[in-house]
Write a protein that binds this ligand. Structure first.
Ligand SMILES: *Cc1c(COP(=O)(O)O)cnc(C)c1O
Length: 372
């Protein structure tokens, strides 16, 4: 087996663990559900699941059965919570062997799980989803009769009640506070049928970072654990550091005279005699195509602009203004630090109206991940 030499996606287990430990301190005594859906936001679920448990994750949030299976195959019996509504086929499999706590937000799903619980003679652990504004799933707070019925189904073990904020990352925190109050009103109205130790959980990363003072038995944090920004309107605590970095090496240096076009579409023309470095990465390696004429790459500690279209496996960078001579094989940092400079996932994502997670995901899915 050969290894990749042309790109390095480096994921720091210790930084991931430190971020989780910091979040635990911030929210104690609340529990922490570390969200590891989408292959741990591209950072590699298999490589990081043990680190999450060692750092004190009380629960791991997943979406798919294969994600749950990956965690179980590592021998981890940490509680798992499915962060979305399940499909019947997923439940048929997961109820057998994966032991996932499901969320319930429709009568149809509740009845299906109830029957399964009765049939196997052991109630299925579920969390009741309340739709306080996200609009994707759950019972409305007004649907108390329906929720009461679900809470009393004998084939279900009610573990939690939750809602999800659509705007906790916005300037205004008032909408999230109102949603929390609505969730608590539901819980209080049904106190006679809900277990006393029911877990109330609402907070995603943005809400957690803001440390709103309401009852939070558990937070569900994804972005914050990976050290990526949780909002465009406020900063993360400085202790939360990026877990992934992304770099490559210069595959060619070339003098290109003024007046030549570079790349597909001929959309960039050199205005001066230029030195252009070609990098052996493109959107096939997860370097976003949207960074056409917008991306910045660190070479010799300086910020160098991407020129022309990002191709499937090649990106061209203008290095004319560098004082030192750039050599074939020199390091080029796509996301991360070099010398005194740093390029963040957020900075690059903002340039093409995306979110950092999209770059994390592509880089992590399309390349081998190196763990440090
Ligand atoms: C993905 C997800 C989260 C985590 O969101 P972050 O903003 O990454 O912390 C929390 N809750 C639910 C239901 C989710 O689907």
């Amino acid at each position: 087996m050969s290894t990749q030499h042309h790109v390095e996606v480096l994921v720091s287990k210790s930084t991931f663990g430190d971020n989780i430990r910091h979040i635990r301190e911030m929210v104690a005594p609340a529990k922490v559900c570390v969200v590891m859906k989408a292959n741990a936001y591209g950072h590699g679920l298999k490589g990081l699941a043990e680190t999450a448990v060692d750092a004190g994750a009380d629960m791991i949030g997943i979406c798919t059965n294969p994600e749950a299976a990956t965690i179980r195959e590592l021998g981890l019996d940490v509680p798992l919570f499915r962060l979305r509504m399940a499909l019947p086929a997923e439940l048929d499999e997961s109820l057998e062997s994966l032991n996932i706590e499901e969320q319930v937000g429709t009568d149809e799903a509740a009845d299906y799980l109830n029957e399964a619980g009765l049939k196997r003679g052991e109630p299925v652990p579920v969390h009741i989803k309340i739709d306080t504004g996200m609009g994707r799933s759950g019972y409305y707070p007004e649907e108390l009769d329906k929720i009461r019925r679900v809470a009393q189904l004998p084939g279900l073990a009610i573990k939690g009640i939750l809602t999800h904020f659509p705007t906790a990352d916005g300037v205004e925190i008032a909408p999230a506070e109102k949603q929390m109050a609505e969730l608590h009103a539901v819980k209080d109205a049904l106190a006679d049928v809900l277990p006393e130790d029911i877990l109330v959980h609402t907070h995603n990363s943005a809400a957690t970072v803001r440390l709103t003072p309401h009852r939070r038995d558990m937070v569900r944090v994804g972005a914050a654990c990976y050290g990526v920004r949780t909002s465009t309107d406020f900063l993360n605590p400085g202790e939360l550091k990026p877990v992934m970095s992304f770099k490559t090496w210069v595959a060619q240096v070339r003098d290109i005279p003024a007046g030549k076009t570079i790349g597909y579409g001929g959309l960039f023309t050199t205005e001066r005699d230029s030195k252009i470095a070609a990098l052996p990465v493109g959107f096939g390696e997860g370097y976003p195509r949207g960074l056409f004429n917008k991306g910045i790459v660190l070479i010799h500690g300086k910020r160098c602009p991407v020129v022309g279209r990002v191709s499937l496996n090649i990106t061209t960078v203008d290095i004319t203004d560098l004082d030192e001579e750039v050599k074939w094989g020199d390091e080029a940092v796509l996301i991360g630090k070099q010398g005194d400079e740093e390029i963040t996932f957020e900075e690059m994502a903002d340039k093409f109206n995306s979110v950092h997670t999209e770059i994390n995901l592509s880089a992590g899915f399309l390349n081998e991940i190196t763990y440090a």
